[in-house]
Design a protein around this ligand. Sequence first.
Ligand SMILES: Cc1cc2nc3c(=O)[nH]c(=O)nc-3n(C[C@H](O)[C@H](O)[C@H](O)COP(=O)(O)OP(=O)(O)OC[C@H]3O[C@@H](n4cnc5c(N)ncnc54)[C@H](O)[C@@H]3O)c2cc1C
Length: 476
Amino acid sequence: MADEFDVVVIGAGPAGYPAAIRGAQNGLKVACVDAWRNRDGTAALGGTCLNAGCIPSKALLESTELYHRLRKEFAVHGIRASGIELDLPTMQQRRAGIVKKMTDGIGALFKAAGVTAIQGHGRLLPDRRVEVTAQDGSKRLLAAKHVVLASGSAPIELKGLPFDGEHIIDSWTALELGAVPKRLGVIGAGAIGLELGSVWRRLGSEVVVLEALNEFLAAADRQLAREALRQLRQQELDIRLGASVSAARTVSGAVEVSYDDAKGSQRVTVDTLIVAVGRRPYTEDLLAPDTGVILDRRGFVTVDEQCATGVDGVWAIGDCVRGPMLAHKGKEEGVMVADLIAGRYGEVNYRAIPSIIYTAPEIATVGATEEQVKASGRAYKVGVFPFLANGRARALEATAGFVKMISAADDDEILGVHIIGPLAGELIAEAVLALEYRASSEDLQRTMHAHPTLSEALHEASLAVDKRSIDSINKS
Ligand SMILES: Cc1cc2nc3c(=O)[nH]c(=O)nc-3n(C[C@H](O)[C@H](O)[C@H](O)COP(=O)(O)OP(=O)(O)OC[C@H]3O[C@@H](n4cnc5c(N)ncnc54)[C@H](O)[C@@H]3O)c2cc1C
């Protein structure tokens, strides 16, 4: 006999758990099946994001930035410190403690909302039935009116460079290292590679980042990417572009990495090599034959704009479907699907997905790049405001970077905002709201911003769009 639910969600990551909670809020009987196991074999809710991604990486970025600033940047404030010591075990315990609190918190949220959490591997069978295999091998059958697939993603392994958990490692292992590698290699200069490279650089590793593409942050606005590359290289992140890794071998505890660049064959030796070349949808044994759910060529579950798979009552959300692999994108899809299932209105605005790299300075973007707007043929205006001219940034001693705003020449609608600077990840929220409301740069120009705040840089960038910035010289 199957246990019956209105909705069964497979996966309790940032896509699946919000879908489950919203489903329960909508008065539906919901179960959420999750298979996550930590390195020590314990189960935890929250998926990649909470256990091995967003949260632990930000915990370490915060700790290492404080360590770096105390050593290198406090003196200018008139604060001298001596005898500064790194206590990596405590730093790692703090990271693990934050993760534990957050993942336990999801259990509490499930309980409060009335979601049934089921530990085990879920497999979709025909007719919206789900077979759950527990760790001890026992099986349980669930039947649902709706099934939401939220199985997430896994790191891509490079051919010929298998993860060995010690010298050639994935991003999860890179977050849990117990010692600072003397020489660290990172393959991939995307968000994950740059964040992990920054963490270990701040703790003293010599970091070389190998990126196969010739362009840095190829999808980003070019002006923003140029500034980001300049800033990160200043921090002695040795970022090598057009460096295509061909092989790596571990010899006497070190990894010899071979790569090709414009000058020919190159080699670099590191103690630890992080492979951060992207993630692939994780759909292993998720679907029994004949469910009717289609995987595309790259393994993503095929869905429409509303995350429907085309099979009646089966939906898919988050990293296992098309679109940027970001926690907040998955969350909004989860909420949308749960509302649609309940017969309510639900929509995700895929044009207004913010994207953030939590380096120092942070890099945050939403909407179209200048290159994309130019290519579209639409006439546009650009306003750029440097943090150098922002009082709060001066007080913070964090003046690197700028806010760039692009709006349409005809109706002034804001088309894209690109920020590199202090707390850019927080500042971008106002730009996301502006895009969501289809605001014009004039709307922001006429919105009062508190002084002195970093948000004034966004305000001034909107004024700069019409060459009306007050706090910087408007270039004609
Ligand atoms: C180092 C790192 C840093 C990151 N930083 C950020 C960041 O700052 N901001 C951001 O937005 N994104 C970040 N991401 C990406 C983010 O983690 C993902 O986009 C997000 O976790 C995707 O959510 P999801 O729910 O789709 O999948 P996941 O978080 O991967 O969760 C899927 C869950 O489903 C479970 N599962 C899979 N198959 C089954 C099955 N058949 N049965 C039962 N359970 C199953 C998995 O065990 C897992 O618990 C980062 C990723 C990494 C690796």
